[in-house]
Structures are given as structure tokens and as C-alpha cells.
Design a protein. Structure first.
Lengths: 356, 294
């Protein structure tokens, strides 16, 4: 029993658990992925995102739960029976085979005729712009080229599902940006279904149609990149999505979606995301939304500043020694007292214990 | 004084000579005293026979079937034993690599290495003998009706070389296998390769260079078999190996020149087989076992 066709409607994870001894890498994951989607599994290291990918690929067996591809239950199938394409973090290219043979390997295993295989290999290599390197051994390629061979090798068999395990983490910053575009381009061109594991929220936001944030083996939030960026559901997700300022606050008044809170001795207007009245509260603000202005409410002393091209990035300490991360258009100097303001819709209010 | 010393030191350092080079001296001295000198001495000895021209000892060897046949007899033991050890160590290493109690298993498998060849030979003499456990069990089970002859013939030597040679082959194979990136097999499996084809297309080609080296080391070891050929074999017949011939010539007939000539020929055969295998190894892929930079 194997999965022959690349056409399916959805992949479903049903209450998937995966434990290594007492450690629960996946603690009840339920999820459905539709054909053609680009889904990112995002989370800090140790959150279970790679384990989830390995479980889907069949490289790791589930402790309990089910995997469905439409009506077919697939969690009992071996990886070679599932036939999902996978791109590994260290590429895992076969060092003794030329680029051509690496890419042709999956076709050979499927028993595709030699001439058809050759044509498909050429197409795949053209897609990743590596036709000129066909006869080289992987060891002679640069990291970015190896990465592209790995992608070509995974997609040449036209798998129903392409799984990518932090494929860009071994590349330098510039190449990473380039390859990001490549990966999305190939996904769109082939209309494939991709599950992409990463710890980089920029990568997840820019690539995916849908982002799934994992932590401690559990799904913390599922949403579009915009939802996650502008309205993370919980403080821990906010922290992970670039809201570096998570400040304890006192809620003064609540009206509908809006609240007035006292933060670091100042009163701010905030938007309520998830707040149960009477509980301890925190507000989350991105550094770029914390703007130094003359009439700002929060005052703090600048601790350190670094110049990063467009903006200055800095840290300032409030009166009760709480660090505030901010960005500034103008140079501020160390020790300077600055007052910060923030737009109401950029200050998000949460119950502090909603992280658990 | 310093102005003269410094340039010399930098000059030597550039050529790769510095204080660390001195650490090689003991090993180099031992190498010369214990290997190079006896080797050269033996070589000269082999060309200075008691009677006849300089090649007389070599001629004597190739004229006497009782002598030159020892070479084939030795090959007839050493080559099959080496192949057998290699072939059985590969699956065991593949299993142990995945086993959880790798330490324990490895220790058990390696134990025979710590026993000397003589001890193993003595043990096997009892164990495989007509009154030994093997024959008794087979008799009781009714598999055989007469005790099998397992010692004082070819099989006695063969089995003892398996006992002492297998752990060595196994350890080397295991170390080569452990150097393989497990990710490669995972990648192959996601591309549709089952266990057999993963072995054939990924594991085997990548450890073949290692297996070639293992073959050479095991072969050299088996080819120079002496104690077990005497104790467990038929030193006058089927297992009259080349080292026995050399020993006889040198220490029983006191023909040191012939003894040396036989020893030199023995070395040449080993060298020929090893060079052939290593030359074959150069044709196959023997680069790094991973391609990634991760």
C-alpha cells in the first residue's frame, strides 16, 4: 500500500503524540492542511516542530494519534511508502553521487524509465538553476547550490507533500533571502503543498499562507501571517513574533475592546486581545512601535544604542529598572532621558497567565 | 647571538621542523631498530645463501613443491577467512549500530581479541575436538552419527582465524558505519528506497573504501597465521602455511638465507594483494561521507 497520486484534498493530524521517554515532543497536535497550502511550523528550538515534520514524513513513529491523507490512514506507512519529498537541514545529499544522480535517485527508486527520468531531472535542475552543475559531486558545490540540489531532489518525484526542515538555517543572510524567494517561487510554480519548519518568524511570515506556532509540543496559535504579526493570541506567541517588550501593567478601565492601563508609571491606551478582568495583566509592544516623542508618556533612561542603517535600535531602563526595547529615527545618547509613546492599536493587552 | 639563531629557527619552522618534531624521535628510532634494520638484514641474508648464486635461496623455494605450495595453501586459508569475516561482520555491525546496548554487545564481540591466539587455539582444540561440546551436541541432536573432524585440519585453522579475526573486522566495520550520516538513509527512504536498496545504493558504496582497508588489515593478519596453523591444523599437510615453511627453514634446518627468502616472498604476496585492493579502492568513491556543511 503506497501513496501513488499527488492529488489529495487534505492531510490531517489527529491528536498526535510523540514522546521520547518522559519527554513529550508532541503533546496532542491536531491540524489539517489543505492541498496547495504553504504552511509554516514555527517555534523555538525544542518546541517539537521538527518532530512533527518527521512524524509526517514517517521518519518518527507516533506514540499515539492518527495521520490521515484524505480517507487513507498513513501513520503506519514507512517513509518509502509515503513518498513525501523532504528537504533536510543539512541537505543530506548523497556524497558519492553526482548532482544528476542525486536528483534522479527518487525516480530510479520508482522505476521511472531512463529517458523520462533524464528529462525530469533536467526540468528539476533547470527549475533550481543548476543545469550547469549536473555532473559535479555535491562536495564541490557551495552551500546554496547544495540546498537547491536538495530541493530539486525532493520535488522531482512530484510528491503529494513537500516537507522542509529548516532548509535555510545553514546559509548566510544574503543567500537566505534569495533562497526564500526561490522556495516560494517553486511552490507557486508547481502548485505543491509545502510544510516548512523554521524558528525564524521572518521566514515563516514571508513564506507561508498559514503559520502554526508550536511550543512545548503544543499548538499555541494558528493563523495567517498578518494575524500573527498584528494580533498574536498569547503573550508567549507575541514574544516570539517580535514583541520584545512584554511589560506587567495595571488595568485602570475597560470598555469593549479598549482599555486604559498603567505601565511603568504612565497611562497608556491599549487594545484587548485576551484579557480576563481581575487577573494580572501584561502589555506587549514591538520595539518599532515604541516611539520616542517629546510628549510621550513613559520616561526611561537610554542604556545602549546601536546603529543599524535605517534606524537606531536601543534599550532604555524605566524608573523601576525595567528594560524597554525601542527604535529611533534620531540618534539618542546613552544616559539620555527619553519619553516614549505608542499608538493604541499597537499596545496589546493580555492576561499574564494566558501563556500557560 | 640571538640575531643568528632566530633566522635558522624560522627557516626550520617553515620547513615543518620545530620542537614538536622531536616527539617523533622515539617512534622513528624504534621503527629503525625493530623494523627497518631486521628487514634490510633479512633482505641481504636472503641474497647470501650458503651455496650457489645470489638467487639460490629463491630458486630453492620455487623448485621445491613442498615449499612453494605453502604459498597457495596460505592464500587458500587467508583469502576465504578474510572474506568470511568481512561478510559476517557487516550485518552484525549494521545491527549493533542500531542497538541500544551497543557498549555491551561490542564488548562481548570484541572479547576474543583480548585472548591470545594460543589460548584460543587451545580452547578450540577441546571445544571442537571429537569429545568437545560441538560434536557432543550435534551427536545428541542426531544431526551427525560420527564425530566431525574439526581440528588438525583446514577447518580448525579456519575457525580459529574466524574467532580471532572477526572481532577485528567487526570493530573496523562498525567504526566506518558509525561515520555514516544517518540523514542520508532517511533521505533515501523519503525518496522511496526500502532497507535493501538503501543498503545497496547508499550504505555499501559509502563504506566500500572502509571495507577495502578492513580487508587488507584482516588479510595481512590471516596470511601470517602461525600458532593456530601448528596447534589446530595439519602442519605437515593441508595447513602447512608459509610461515611454517619459513620457521622450518630457519630454525630447524638452520638455513637462515632460505628462511629469509621465504619471509621476503611472504611479504611480497601480502604487498601484492594489499596494493591490488587499494588500487581498486581508488576507482570507487572515497571522498567524505557527508556533503553538507552543517
Amino acid at each position: 500500500m503506497t501513496i501513488a497520486s499527488r492529488s489529495f484534498t487534505e492531510l490531517r493530524l489527529e491528536n498526535v503524540h510523540c514522546a521520547f521517554g518522559p519527554f513529550k515532543a508532541l503533546d496532542g497536535i491536531s491540524l489539517s492542511i489543505a492541498r496547495g497550502e504553504f504552511v509554516a511550523l514555527l517555534g523555538p528550538s525544542g518546541c517539537g516542530k521538527s518532530t512533527a515534520l518527521n512524524c509526517i514524513a514517517g521518519l518518527q513513529s507516533l506514540t499515539s494519534g492518527r495521520l490521515w491523507l484524505d480517507q487513507q490512514r498513513i501513520d503506519g506507512l514507512r517513509p518509502e511508502q509515503r513518498g513525501f519529498g523532504m528537504v533536510f537541514q543539512n541537505y543530506a545529499l548523497f556524497p558519492h553521487m553526482s548532482v544528476r544522480n542525486n536528483v534522479a535517485f527518487g525516480l530510479k527508486m520508482k522505476g521511472v524509465a531512463r529517458d523520462i527520468a533524464e528529462r525530469k531531472v533536467n526540468e528539476a535542475l533547470a527549475l533550481v538553476r543548476l543545469l550547469d552543475h549536473k555532473t559535479k559531486l555535491p562536495g564541490r558545490l557551495s552551500g546554496g547550490q547544495q540546498q537547491r540540489v536538495a530541493i530539486a531532489r525532493a520535488i522531482v518525484v512530484e510528491p503529494p507533500l513537500v516537507l522542509m526542515d529548516e532548509p535555510l538555517s545553514n546559509l548566510d543572510a544574503k543567500l537566505r533571502l534569495e533562497m526564500r524567494g526561490e522556495i516560494r517561487r517553486i511552490h507557486n510554480l508547481l502548485g505543491s503543498t509545502t510544510i516548512y519548519v523554521t524558528h525564524d518568524h521572518d521566514e515563516a511570515l514571508s513564506l507561508a499562507d498559514r503559520v502554526i506556532v508550536l511550543r512545548d509540543g503544543m499548538i499555541r496559535q494558528v493563523g495567517s501571517p498578518e494575524e500573527l504579526y498584528f494580533r498574536p493570541a498569547r503573550p508567549d506567541v507575541a514574544g516570539f513574533m517580535g514583541y520584545r517588550n512584554i511589560l506587567p501593567c495595571k488595568v485602570l478601565s475597560v470598555s469593549g475592546e479598549h482599555a486604559r492601563v498603567e505601565v511603568a508609571g504612565a497611562v497608556l491606551a491599549a487594545n484587548i486581545v485576551q484579557y480576563v478582568q481581575g487577573t494580572a495583566a501584561v502589555v506587549a509592544v514591538r520595539p518599532e512601535d515604541l516611539i520616542p516623542t517629546a510628549d510621550g508618556a513613559i520616561s526611561a533612561a537610554v542604556e545602549s544604542v546601536e546603529f543599524r542603517g535605517q534606524d537606531f535600535y536601543g534599550v532604555a531602563l524605566t524608573r523601576d529598572k525595567f528594560p524597554l526595547f525601542f527604535r529611533s529615527k534620531r540618534r539618542v545618547s546613552n544616559g539620555e532621558m527619553v519619553t516614549f509613546g505608542a499608538a493604541e492599536d499597537r499596545v496589546l493587552l493580555y492576561s499574564a497567565d494566558s501563556s500557560t | 647571538m640571538n640575531s643568528n639563531e632566530a633566522p635558522l629557527r624560522t627557516y626550520l619552522a617553515r620547513k615543518g621542523w620545530d620542537g614538536v618534531t622531536l616527539l617523533v624521535v622515539p617512534a622513528a628510532a624504534l621503527g629503525i631498530i625493530l623494523f627497518a634494520y631486521p628487514c634490510v638484514y633479512g633482505l641481504i641474508l636472503s641474497f647470501t645463501p650458503k651455496t650457489g648464486g645470489i638467487f639460490a635461496s629463491y630458486a630453492a623455494f620455487f623448485k621445491d613443491p613442498f615449499l612453494y605450495q605453502t604459498m597457495f595453501k596460505t592464500l587458500w586459508i587467508a583469502l576465504p577467512v578474510t572474506l568470511f569475516n568481512l561478510v559476517i561482520s557487516l550485518p552484525s555491525a549494521l545491527c549493533v549500530r542500531l542497538a541500544r546496548r551497543q557498549r555491551l554487545l561490542t564488548t562481548i564481540l570484541v572479547l576474543p581479541i583480548t585472548l591470545g591466539t594460543v589460548l584460543v587455539a587451545e580452547g578450540l582444540l577441546d571445544y571442537l575436538g571429537p569429545e568437545g561440546w560441538v560434536n557432543r551436541v550435534l551427536l545428541v541432536l542426531g544431526i551427525i552419527s560420527v564425530p566431525m573432524r574439526l581440528v588438525h585440519n583446514y577447518w580448525g585453522v579456519f575457525l580459529s582465524l574466524v574467532v580471532t579475526g572477526f572481532p577485528f573486522a567487526f570493530l573496523l566495520t562498525l567504526s566506518y558505519l558509525s561515520g555514516l550520516d544517518r540523514g542520508l538513509e532517511k533521505a533515501a527512504s523519503t525518496l522511496g528506497a526500502g532497507p535493501a536498496r538503501r543498503f545497496l545504493h547508499i550504505i555499501l558504496p559509502l563504506i566500500l573504501p572502509g571495507l577495502a582497508v578492513t580487508f587488507c588489515l584482516c588479510f595481512v593478519d590471516a596470511f601470517s597465521v602461525f600458532p593456530s596453523a601448528v596447534l589446530l591444523g595439519a602442519p605437515a599437510g593441508a595447513t602447512r602455511v608459509i610461515s611454517i615453511a619459513a620457521y622450518n627453514a630457519a630454525f630447524e634446518q638452520f638455513n637462515y638465507s632460505l628462511g629469509s627468502a621465504i619471509a621476503i616472498l611472504m611479504g611480497l604476496v601480502q604487498l601484492a594483494i594489499v596494493s591490488a585492493v587499494l588500487a581498486a579502492r581508488r576507482i570507487i568513491y572515497n571522498g567524505p561521507l557527508t556533503s553538507g556543511k552543517g
